[in-house]
Design a protein around this ligand. Structure first.
Ligand SMILES: Cc1cc2nc3c(=O)[nH]c(=O)nc-3n(C[C@H](O)[C@H](O)[C@H](O)COP(=O)(O)OP(=O)(O)OC[C@H]3O[C@@H](n4cnc5c(N)ncnc54)[C@H](O)[C@@H]3O)c2cc1C
Length: 483
């Protein structure tokens, strides 16, 4: 992207100054988009590290992530971001979608089925695999196409999609409970972070269209070989510093306001006069953003804080021996929804360390961590017979109460476009209006779009100063900005 409004190649001191508030993926992507456009950038992050909801810590000698994160091949903005920060070589991406799904059976080996990408074009690339997918009864398997085909044709721009749940739509398209649980929810839960009975049809349709029904390779699954704190946080910090950005860790922004000169002032807890900026990107979570934004920034009735949160819980179990032979499996009818082998990334010198991810984990609230851990160890024994005889060297539970916003019907109205009603002031975050569910891809897309909106707004303010510093709502097309 070209620098806006100033010839920064000649005089960097004249480049617009952009302050980015929040150093999660969205904030880092926004900051790098601005530095790459020639702007001077200052990033403020409340915590002592970058990476936001993707972070790592050490427990009992193992490096653990707060929660297992995966991405799909269709997450092109995320992959570009990894490339930009020098992390592209540290993720693994399946050459072909290949998911083993296990359902426990009393006392014996679990029932096993595989979802694998075949050679055909989408959506036929999954036809062979689905025809053998024994976790859905044959009569219901025969009906899957009656939902898949109309799902592929839904118009994602139709606001009515956000008025209903995915499950209600599936039921109208001949899908029974077994098919919903064993197939549709298998994908909906980890991507939307809600089951079909609660997920907005708009979000589920986006996932299935983009991931499974349009391009055959789109749903190949990828994950980090490194702790996320390194993959995103440390690499992001050095990329930003190399690009000339100033990063203030441990610095919380309290309020952003417009100045009479048409610039912005960002106030922090330091209590001084704050930072001056030509443009601002607020990349804060949905539940915090309204506290920092000036009230005139969002359209009347748009309340990101009204987006409830959906939690994710991870149970980390270190066995004294290898109990699972695959890099990951999905579990059905068990607490162990998705199980990942994180031994190599954790630096473990013995045994096997599994991270068990539980999406939409409302039922874990109020359950003591010891109980969650022991139930999970029992669930792992149901899935992997070797685990029944293995010693547990350690276990740990991580809970993220605000892992994502709750993408249920009616949520779209509170997902703000990145461009606010104040020129030069933009919002970013996985929760903003990207058309994607709340994922890393959504965060990166939002950050890039917010950076562009902020820079364009700064340019407008510099060359077409407004008396009030804010545009009238009718001057703006309130469209989605993220590409
Ligand atoms: C356990 C878990 C598992 C997940 N699994 C996946 C997955 O498999 N695939 C996937 O794509 N996505 C997954 N996600 C979602 C993904 O992590 C998020 O969508 C994404 O990281 C959000 O990034 P963000 O920058 O929008 O927000 P955040 O990461 O929340 O960043 C906001 C930043 O703002 C900072 N901040 C807050 N207040 C202030 C302030 N006043 N001043 C300055 N800074 C402030 C915060 O400290 C934080 O760093 C998962 C999330 C969790 C928690």
């Amino acid at each position: 992207m070209r620098a806006l409004g100033h010839d920064t190649n000649r005089d960097p001191a004249n480049a617009p100054h952009v302050v980015v508030v929040g150093g999660g993926l969205a904030g880092m992507a926004a900051a790098l988009t601005c530095t790459d456009a020639g702007a001077r950038v200052t990033l403020l992050e409340k915590r002592g590290r970058l990476g936001g909801l993707t972070w790592s810590f050490t427990h009992d000698g193992l490096v653990m992530d707060n929660g297992q994160h995966v991405f799909l091949r269709c997450c092109t903005a995320y992959l570009d971001f990894l490339d930009r920060i020098g992390s592209a070589g540290d993720v693994f991406l399946q050459p072909r979608l290949d998911v083993t799904v296990l359902r426990p059976r009393a006392g014996g080996q679990p029932q096993t089925a595989v979802l694998r990408r075949g050679p055909g074009r989408a959506p036929l690339h999954l036809a062979a695999s689905l025809s053998r997918y024994s976790l859905v009864p044959p009569a219901q398997r025969a009906l899957i196409g009656l939902a898949a085909i109309p799902l592929a044709r839904l118009d994602l721009e139709d606001p009515a999609l956000d008025n209903q749940t995915f499950e209600a739509w599936l039921a109208r398209h001949f899908q029974g409970q077994e098919a919903i649980e064993a197939l549709w929810d298998l994908i909906c839960l980890p991507t939307v972070n809600l089951p079909a009975r609660e997920a907005s049809l708009a979000m589920a349709a986006k996932v299935f269209q983009t991931g499974l029904l349009t391009e055959a390779p789109a749903a190949d699954i990828g994950w980090s070989r490194l702790p996320l704190g390194v993959l995103h946080g440390e690499r992001g910090l050095s990329a930003l510093r190399k690009a000339g950005a100033t990063v203030h860790l441990g610095t919380a922004a309290e309020k952003v306001g417009s100045t009479p000169e048409g610039t912005f002032r960002i106030f922090t807890a330091a209590g001084d006069g704050g930072l001056q900026a030509d443009a601002v990107v607020i990349a804060l979570p949905h539940n915090l953003v309204e506290g920092v934004l000036p009230p005139e920034a969002l359209r009347k009735g748009m309340r990101p804080s009204q987006l409830a949160s959906s939690p994710i819980v991870n149970v980390h179990v270190h066995f004294d021996r290898q109990v699972m032979d695959l890099p990951f499996v999905a579990g059905l009818g068990t607490q162990a929804q998705w199980v990942f082998d994180r031994t190599a990334a954790s630096g473990a010198t013995r045994g096997q360390y599994l991270a068990v991810s539980v999406s939409a984990a409302d039922s874990c609230a109020g359950v003591a961590s010891e109980q969650l851990a022991s139930e999970t160890v029992a669930s792992l024994g149901d899935l992997f017979p070797r685990a029944r005889h293995a010693e547990v060297l350690g276990s740990f539970v991580t809970r993220e109460q605000h892992a994502t916003f709750r993408a249920s019907p009616g949520s779209a109205v509170h997902r703000a476009p990145q461009r606010t009603l104040v020129p030069g002031l933009a919002v970013a975050g996985a929760w903003t209006s990207t058309g994607w569910p709340p994922t890393m891809e959504s965060a990166i897309r939002s950050g890039r779009a917010a950076a562009r909106a902020a820079l364009v707004g700064a340019h407008q303010r510099a060359y077409m100063p407004l008396a009030t510093g804010s545009r009238k709502p009718e001057d703006l097309s309130d469209t989605q900005e993220a590409e």
